[in-house]
Design a protein around this ligand. Structure first.
Ligand SMILES: O=C(O)CCC(=O)C(=O)O
Length: 265
């Protein structure tokens, strides 16, 4: 599928992204495009759902969403979304880099009755040497507050404290407490169909529970600077990410495994 390509954004939007650590952009995809992606992503994710234990028997992380990565390797239509010039162009402008590389993609389906996504920052998990990275969060339906859209602590990418906490009950409690003591505003609003948010690796964010009877279907694509180098992992999560998302890459070298192609320009 051919997706409309370059997607220029204004300086004001880029400045707001830099201040807030995230930005929401409207009409990135049409309802028709999203319906096509949804069908393909469903066919992979919903198969996985069948084998999962009931929600009540899972821990907080596993109640938050069904999580499957690098779906682009399994389906050409999904690949056209993940590799779309439009997303990578937006990422290039927001990160203010020359070239953009894929880190990985990830479907995040929050089931009906699914739990909260605890407060966290993503870069805790990533063995990246700089903060030039960004996640595109792409809801496949309009997402009301009751479905658990992303909530951001705007500006909290500046905060150094709490970055070591991985996603779980402790991060929800400790970061919740920490962020209440700051002046960073909490931003949480519904997503219209076609809206995509972009957030940086160090911003603290969470999502509420899905209290509706409908699955909250989201696809994400994580991009990084084309020049991003691998750092020595600082925890087990970063070691696992290295093996999974950039296998064979060497510490202090540019991350350029076959799973990390340049997507823009
Ligand atoms: O979709 C969610 O509930 C959380 C997503 C998230 O934390 C992320 O994409 O970084």
């Amino acid at each position: 599928m051919e997706i409309k390509s370059p997607f220029p954004i204004s300086k004001t939007v880029i400045e707001r992204y830099k201040t807030q650590g995230y930005i929401k952009i409207k009409d990135v995809f049409s309802p028709e495009e999203l319906a096509t992606f949804e069908e393909k992503i469903d066919s992979i994710v919903l198969k996985e759902k069948v084998s999962l234990p009931p929600l009540a028997q899972r821990d907080t992380y596993s109640k938050a969403f069904i999580q499957l990565g690098n779906l682009w390797e399994q389906d050409e239509t999904i690949k056209s979304l993940v590799f779309s010039k439009c997303l990578a162009h937006i990422a290039q402008q927001l990160m203010e880099v020359k070239t953009v590389r894929l880190y990985h993609d990830q479907a995040l389906y929050k089931e009906a009755g699914g739990g909260i996504t605890p407060w966290h920052c993503d870069q805790q998990y990533w063995p990246m040497a700089s903060d030039k990275n960004i996640t595109a969060w792409i809801p496949l339906q309009s997402t009301s507050l009751k479905m658990g859209p992303l909530e951001f602590s705007a500006g909290s990418q500046q905060l150094l404290k709490g970055r070591n906490l991985e996603i779980g009950d402790e991060s929800e409690k400790e970061l919740g407490k920490l962020l209440r003591l700051t002046d960073f505003e909490k931003h949480c609003s519904p997503f219209d169909l076609g809206d995509v948010s972009f957030h940086s690796g160090w911003i603290f964010h969470r999502a509420g529970a899905n209290t509706t009877t409908q699955i909250r279907k989201v696809m994400t694509v994580i991009f990084m600077d084309g020049e991003m180098k691998l750092k020595t992992p600082e925890n087990q999560n970063q070691t696992q990410d290295w093996e999974k998302w950039c296998p064979g890459t060497k510490v202090d070298e540019v991350i350029n495994s076959p799973l990390n192609p340049i997507l823009y320009p």
